[in-house]
Design a protein around this ligand. Structure first.
Ligand code: SF4
Length: 511
């Protein structure tokens, strides 16, 4: 079996879902090869002769090998301006490479002028004309030989983000041109979300043989004729074959999921809740043991916990049995994180950064959202983490159906007055999921006629529409002195994936 991670996602760590599939197949004695076509495809573009003669592109093209080496050694992460220049130069080369096809590739995103990833007819068009995709040259250079070497019975393609969808279908189209009899199984987070959406009928006849909803371990083992798989608790991801030192990060980042779903599951409009994804955690002791084993095996510079929210039980376990490498991930504001001693112990366990969905500075909005937190609790957690030396990456959400302009101002005031405890900020405008049971109370209107769109437009009950929210963010929120400087410190293009390396705390550890 050949498992492929298609472009485009941020090329800084190996794909975790595929690593778990490989482990499941290996346990049943089935050989699987992993191809990170995202990493390889982006490197292929970066190292191609520059397709433009302007000064910036020439300079970037001349420095590409040095820039790649600096991204991997940490020299690029020395300070924010060096980092921005290096990442900006590399990204320039991707954009210039993809421009002649009227497409745009960047680190972590992909768009084509005439195709939308949320329209099944466009996905099929992408498959029918793979030569119009900027990764076509890489596909041609890599896949024929790989297929000849491996002769896979099945090809599994994992699509987790919209930025992968069009390139994944171009890949499928090319594979079918190469060998029409190849059998393709398509899964991953995005495919699962589409399959779970009421009313969506996915059909890619002649291109995809099997569509998988949810974790693919069982289905892949069944397709390979291997019967049942061990329970997820017994599986540790397998990164053995990944070319770990080629990723763009100063040292290896090893991703790991200790759970599927979310233990809270009560936030209104959360996709996890909308899709009814059950919460399936590993026992905390097992997860902590896995993390220790991954540290021993791969010597990571950083462990990336992928859980939607790391449970308090696992946090406590990591304090008792530290993973043995620096780590970061998402948490909820909890009682434990309001305890300065607990936060200091977390820091001692290797925690360098925590991501927190604080969303709003208004208790009324938080209550309607079902977040189960208060503004005061958020403030206490930020202070404890800051004092413990753990960087904070805060997520705010504006324009929810319950927010008014006055409450958006409260979020601004909260952020400004706690700016000294916030290291990084992610600011988003609310998207209403296209899930009938969640949005029934709101007046809806379509963004477009795309059949696979996961979101729908709505009429804000207080007139606090996207345009007004955007104006507030651009003209007031982002221009507030203390907030502006936090926003500037966010790593361009790689965001939270590289933030721990730029946060003062981890830098101190790396020295
Ligand atoms: S904590 Fe996050 S993942 Fe969990 S329900 Fe809330 S928004 Fe969803």
């Amino acid at each position: 079996m050949l498992l492929i991670h298609p472009p485009v996602t941020r090329p800084c760590e190996p794909p975790a879902g595929i690593a778990r599939l490989k482990a499941a197949l290996a346990m049943r004695g089935i050989r699987a090869t992993v191809l990170d076509a995202n990493l390889e495809g982006l490197l292929y573009m970066l190292q191609a002769p520059a397709r433009s003669d302007d000064t910036w592109t020439r300079r970037a093209g001349g420095a590409v090998d040095r820039h790649l080496a600096d991204m991997r050694s940490g020299r690029a992460h020395r300070n924010h301006s060096t980092y921005s220049r290096v990442v900006g130069d590399l990204n320039r080369l991707l954009e210039v490479f993809s421009a002649p096809l009227e497409t745009k590739v960047s680190f972590g995103d992909y768009s084509a002028h005439d195709l939308e990833p949320v329209r099944s007819a466009d996905l099929i068009r992408s498959a029918e004309h793979p030569e119009k995709n900027p990764f076509f040259g890489y596909y041609c250079a890599r896949l024929p030989q790989l297929l000849a070497e491996q002769s896979p019975a099945w090809i599994g393609i994992s699509v987790n983000y919209l930025s992968q969808a069009l390139c994944a279908f171009a890949l499928i189209g090319y594979l079918k041109q190469l060998a029409p009899g190849l059998r393709i199984v398509l899964g991953g987070g995005l495919i699962s979300s589409w399959l779970r959406r009421p009313g969506v009928r996915l059909s890619f006849e002649g291109l995809v043989d099997v569509l998988v909803e949810g974790p693919g371990e069982e289905e892949l083992c069944r397709l390979a004729g291997a019967g049942h798989v061990p329970r997820i608790a017994e599986l540790m991801p397998e990164y053995e074959s990944a070319d770990l030192d080629r990723y763009l990060a100063p040292g290896r980042i090893i991703p790991y999921s200790a759970s599927q779903g979310c233990y809270w599951q009560q936030c209104a409009f959360c996709p996890e809740r909308a899709e009814g994804n059950p919460y399936r955690p590993l026992p905390a002791a097992t997860a902590a043991q896995h993390l220790q084993q991954l540290s021993l095996k791969y010597s990571p510079a950083l462990l990336h916990l992928l859980d939607n929210a790391i449970s308090p039980a696992l946090l406590a376990q990591l304090v008792r049995t530290p993973p043995g490498a620096p780590w970061y991930g998402f948490v909820r504001v909890s009682r434990e994180l309001q305890d300065p001693d607990f936060c200091r112990a977390l820091r001692a366990s290797g925690c360098v950064m925590l991501q927190l969905g604080l969303e709003s500075g208004s208790d009324r909005v938080l209550e309607h959202m079902g977040k189960g937190i208060t503004v005061q609790e958020s403030a206490r957690v930020l202070r404890c983490l800051h004092e413990a030396g753990i960087a904070t990456y805060v997520y705010l959400l504006f324009g929810t159906p319950w927010e008014t302009e006055r409450e958006a101002q409260m979020t601004l005031d909260f952020t400004a007055s706690h700016a000294n405890t916030i290291d990084f900020l992610n600011v988003a405008i609310f998207n209403m999921p296209a899930a009938p049971e969640q949005n029934a109370a709101h007046a809806l209107r379509s963004f477009s006629d795309a059949d696979l769109s996961l979101y729908i437009d709505f009429v804000h009950p207080e007139g606090w529409d996207r345009k007004s929210v955007r104006r507030f963010l651009d003209q007031r929120f982002k221009r507030t002195g203390a907030i502006a400087s936090i926003i500037r410190s966010k790593p361009p293009l790689f965001g939270s994936n590289h933030a721990p390396f730029l946060a003062g705390k981890m830098k101190a550890d790396m020295v």
